[in-house]
Ligand binder design. Sequence first.
Ligand code: SF4
Length: 382
Amino acid sequence: MNNLGLYLHVPFCLRKCPYCSFYSLAGRTDLHDRYTQAISTQLRSFSEEYCDQSRPLISIFFGGGTPTLLPPETLSRLLAECLAQFSCADEAEISIEVNPATVDAAGLHVLRRAGFNRLSIGVQSLNDGELRQLGRPHSVADAVQTLQVARAAGFDNINLDLMYGLPEQKLYTWQDTIDHALDLQPEHLSIYELTIEDGTPFAQQQKQGRFSLPDEDTVLLMLEKTQQALKQAGFDRYEISNYAQPGYQCRHNINYWENGEYIGLGAGAVAFLNGTRYTAIADADQFCKRLECLSNGQDVWAEKEKLDRDAAFRETVIMGLRMTVGLSLLELTDRFDMKSEMYYGETLHRLIRQGMLQIVHDRLQLTAQGLLLANTVMAELV
Ligand code: SF4
């Protein structure tokens, strides 16, 4: 597993979506310059202290938050600094997340010229009522326009993020969203079921009975219709929640699912190198302060965890099973000097007998039934 990716986190958002439990900050424009300066410092110290600069990056991903709340020139400068500090494979995938109406045509041209070659647009729904219910600060027209402008700027690898199982959502409104999304001809779709996370305004509203979610059968039907429509349109479901046209699978995320190594920059970002997981402090003010005082010997990590062989083995299995091709048992044995049959024993055999897992040409993978009940299967293997 020699792949190396780089993730750069921009935690700023226009406003906080009521379902969001990610680390993100609304309205902190005062911090933008200081934060980008801190990232530049972290980038330099990272390449000196933690990894071999000559090892080429296979992917770079600027995510958030809403990265495009920073000026396109600032994002381009940060990308140039990444490329100056690390070598980068030819044809590396360089993605940036964009929320509709946060970047205009000129800005997208700047990003494309800087080297970003993949765009991930946070569309979530193509129904204005649902977008309002989700508290999204954009409309369907904004999302469509962002995609059209991105095409004109030269982006030929575009992902749309969508969510189903939304409050008051009907099967037909979800089908309309899927049909409309396919009409827009993206190369990639990330499609997640909404989960209501504790501590979010949505959790509170749900407790107060202010909305109801579609029932389990409707949600299953939504997933079924999604799979049918996407298959018909030539998309391959290559991960539980991700679908791509041939050749457009997201390499950056595949590296995560293969439990490969990655650099993580920014507040709350995670890095995984030499068997150690580093999690940066999820507080942008503190993050900046610590990088401004690096000479005091403080670092930005809230947590450093050295994974032992068993933990790394389990993680590799769980992550690998997220991909529909699963994982190679031979490679697993080579990497950890441990066999999955010996490690999981009867549990593995039972899951195979129950039709949740299968072994196809050396690859352990979830069956169609296992994909539907993936969380339950993973819980048995974790
Ligand atoms: S835009 Fe994304 S990261 Fe920001 S608050 Fe909304 S869901 Fe969270």
